[in-house]
Design a protein. Structure first.
Length: 221
C-alpha cells in the first residue's frame, strides 16, 4: 500500500476505533467494509487494512462465512485489565504524592469541578474526557507520562465497559467523589493513602461487571 493509502488507513482506523470504544458502534453490530470505504471516500484497500488492525486489537470480529461485526466486550478479560491499570496508577500516585505542588493541586481541583459540571449537564462524553484528563494529569504530576500511555494500551476494553456504566444513576457522582478522595490524599503527601484511594476507585469497576453483564448480555461475550 502507498504512503497515501497508509495515511487513509490510519485515519479510518482512528475514526472507527473511537466509534467502537465510545459505543457509537455497538457490540454485535455488523460492519460492512464497502460502506466504511464509501463513507470515507476511499477504495476498499485502506478500509480493509484499518478493519484488520482493529480485529488484531480484539475490537472487531471477522467471520469468513458470516461477516464482520463489532466485537462484544470480553467480560472475562476485564478483571486482568483493571488489575494491570490499577498497578500502574498506584505506582503513579505514589510518586505524585512526593512531587505534587500547590499549583498541581489547584489544577486537579479545577478538573474535579469540570467533572462535576459535566455530570450536572448529563454530558457523558464530556465527563469521560474529563475523567481521562484527570488520570493523565496524575501521571504528568508524577513525571511519568509513559505510565499513562501504557495504561491506555491495556484498558481499551475497560473503556468500553466504563461507557456502559456512566448512564447508571449516581455513577458519575461516585466517580467525582472518588477522585476527590485521591486529591485529598495527594494533598496530605501520604503515598500509601493515595495508592489505596486510587486502588479503591479503580476497583469499584470489578464489583459491577456481573451486574452490567446481566443487565445488557447482548453487549458482552
Amino acid at each position: 500500500m502507498s504512503r497515501r493509502g497508509e495515511r487513509l488507513s490510519a485515519l479510518i482506523y482512528r475514526d472507527l476505533r473511537e466509534e467502537i470504544v465510545s459505543l457509537v458502534r455497538t457490540p454485535g453490530e455488523p460492519l460492512i467494509e464497502m460502506q466504511v470505504a464509501k463513507a470515507h471516500g476511499v477504495s476498499r484497500t485502506p478500509a480493509r487494512e484499518a478493519i484488520q488492525r482493529l480485529a488484531d486489537e480484539g475490537l472487531i470480529d471477522i467471520f469468513p462465512q458470516s461477516g464482520t461485526f463489532i466485537a462484544r466486550i470480553p467480560a472475562a478479560e476485564l478483571p486482568e485489565a483493571i488489575a494491570i491499570r490499577c498497578a500502574l496508577e498506584e505506582a503513579t500516585v505514589r510518586v505524585a504524592a512526593l512531587r505534587i505542588s500547590e499549583a498541581d493541586l489547584a489544577a486537579l481541583r479545577a478538573q474535579l469541578a469540570l467533572q462535576a459540571a459535566r455530570e450536572a449537564a448529563g454530558d457523558k462524553e464530556g465527563f469521560h474526557r474529563a475523567d481521562e484528563a484527570f488520570h493523565a494529569m496524575l501521571a504528568a504530576i508524577a513525571g511519568q507520562p509513559r505510565f499513562w500511555t501504557v495504561a491506555q494500551q491495556v484498558k481499551t476494553q475497560v473503556d468500553r465497559f466504563r461507557r456502559l456504566t456512566l448512564p447508571v444513576a449516581g455513577r458519575m457522582g461516585s466517580v467525582v467523589a472518588e477522585h476527590a478522595v485521591i486529591v485529598d490524599r495527594l494533598a496530605s503527601r501520604d503515598q500509601d493513602a493515595a495508592a489505596a484511594a486510587i486502588g479503591a476507585h479503580l476497583g469499584t469497576l470489578l464489583g459491577i461487571i456481573e451486574a452490567a453483564r446481566l443487565a445488557q448480555p447482548e453487549m458482552f461475550s
